[in-house]
Design a protein around this ligand. Structure first.
Ligand SMILES: Cc1cc2nc3c(=O)[nH]c(=O)nc-3n(C[C@H](O)[C@H](O)[C@H](O)COP(=O)(O)OP(=O)(O)OC[C@H]3O[C@@H](n4cnc5c(N)ncnc54)[C@H](O)[C@@H]3O)c2cc1C
Ligand code: SF4
Length: 325
């Protein structure tokens, strides 16, 4: 591992002031330190932001939340208000990683964790995300776990965060501090498609500091997170779905559907949502809506199974809610 300096920021301003071109912020370190050990990340300086005063969850009367970026994943999932008002979010956090990792991982770090693409993590292999212009061996190589939607010839990686999928379904926004002030960025605008520059996962600029995540008022409809993975103890999603469904007189009034494990970003399934509103609340409608979304899929040589899986996961998750409603 390359030698590095460690510094602890005492305020957001202090963190911003300490940031230089070869600095990275340190949350719980459960992703960044792994990448440093592998030689994928080589910062000369770490600025610890996990002890900044952003370790609280603020609850609003309408169920809205302001979740500090330094809140640990375990504390978020265990918070009674979160469990009552946003069970979808608590379920997604609990579906990620292991208890030990969740105890250490922060909300800010979870949202900015890097892809688990095996080529990205292996510095002996080319990878456009790690080293722009070197190529993407996953396009024709080991791509079982890669994207089926919105990928590019330059990168077919998926975003690994479960929490981000739930927050995408909930229309969450992140508060971002930078030298010019603060921006509030919808999650839909935080994450990027790979396009011809997969080196950037997000629209953040170097040195931007996430201080909090805002979650709007509680959804007035049942919601659920469903994740399919290779083993139950801990594993990243092959496909996951965050869904919510509002049914009245047997008809779908409103719904939310977001997917994980299918794209470079948490994927909001707007086409499926539009197809489902106003339709009978039946399994046939859920499947038809899921098929509308997945019609845009462009599976790679090894991951056509994800198209069927995604349709099945959406259908099963919504059908489960239909029974609850
Ligand atoms: C064995 C294993 C299994 C896992 N399984 C899952 C899983 O199933 N689902 C899942 O979602 N995750 C999973 N994870 C990933 C885990 O959730 C992440 O490692 C963790 O959430 C990252 O949080 P952290 O605070 O440790 O981030 P760090 O490692 O500290 O940081 C990650 C990135 O975020 C940046 N950063 C951190 N905080 C801020 C901030 N406030 N502002 C700006 N930038 C910041 C860092 O510079 C770094 O680039 C797994 C990890 C492991 C090791
Ligand atoms: S899919 Fe993306 S992360 Fe993986 S090798 Fe290709 S460019 Fe790198």
């Amino acid at each position: 591992m390359r030698p590095f300096a460690y510094e602890r920021a005492v305020s957001a301003e202090d963190a911003l002031n300490r940031h230089t071109d070869d600095t990275q912020y340190l949350g719980g370190g459960t992703n960044l330190v792994d990448l440093m050990r592998l030689g994928v990340a080589t910062p000369a300086r770490l600025v610890d932001v996990a002890r900044l005063p952003y370790d609280r969850i603020e609850h609003r009367a309408d169920g809205g939340l302001v979740i500090g970026a330094a809140v640990r994943n375990s504390d978020l999932a265990a918070d009674l208000g979160v469990r009552d008002d946003h069970p979808l979010l608590a379920q997604a956090v609990l579906a990620g990683a292991s208890g030990q990792i969740r105890n250490q991982a922060t909300v800010g770090g979870n949202l900015l964790q890097r892809t688990r693409c095996p080529y990205f993590q292996d510095v002996t292999k080319p990878c456009n995300k790690r080293e722009p212009g070197t190529g993407c061996p996953a396009v024709h190589g080991d791509n079982e776990n890669m994207a089926i939607l919105d990928h590019s010839p330059h990168c077919v990686a998926t975003h690994p965060s479960d929490m981000a999928v739930a927050l995408t379904a909930l229309d969450a926004r992140v508060r971002v501090r930078h030298p010019g002030g603060e921006d509030v960025v919808p999650l839909a605008r935080l994450y990027r498609s790979p396009g011809d520059d997969p080196s950037r996962d997000t629209t953040l600029r170097p040195g931007d500091l996430i201080t909090a995540v805002e979650v709007p008022a509680r959804l007035d409809m049942p919601a659920r997170y469903r994740k399919v993975r290779e083993r139950a103890s801990f594993a990243f999603a092959l496909v996951s779905a965050a869904v919510a469904l509002d049914v009245a007189d047997g008809t779908v009034r409103d719904c939310r559907i977001a997917l994980g494990g299918v794209a470079h970003r948490p994927w909001r399934a707007h086409r499926a949502e539009d197809a489902l509103r106003g339709r009978p609340a039946t399994e046939a409608s859920y499947r038809a809506a899921a098929e509308v979304e997945l019609a845009a899929a462009e599976p790679l040589s090894g991951n056509a199974y994800k198209v069927t899986l995604a349709v099945n996961v959406i259908t099963a998750a919504l059908a489960g809610l239909g029974e609850d409603a």
